[in-house]
Design a binder for this molecule. Sequence first.
Ligand SMILES: [Cu+2]
Length: 124
Amino acid sequence: MTGRNVQRSEKETLMRLVPALALAALLGAGPALAQSDHSGMDHGAMEHGAEGVHAPATINSIEGETVNLTHGPIPEIGWPAMTMDLKLLEGAEVGPVSAGDEAVMMLEKGPDGLYGIRALMPAE
Ligand SMILES: [Cu+2]
């Protein structure tokens, strides 16, 4: 008896969820398209080299697209020295670097307007 009630309520929840998910997918499609337009524009800006900022950093960890690193002051963009997470931008160029390495990073604003890593190379 109890088992049946649970099953029925799960089915009802699912039926309510399906239209909500479909709507979410529809709503999500607009911003996703707009975002890919922006990344195309950013790519154009990158090729002209206008926005890249280079800075040395010590890599603490790399997990997926997230790099935790410690950098000194970066006056070009008004950043003080800090330890922080930075995202690898789509198509980022990453050299042979791993946790504990000294590196040089090139930062650029991503589609979200936040700085991310365009390139990460071992320090020379
Ligand atoms: Cu920082």
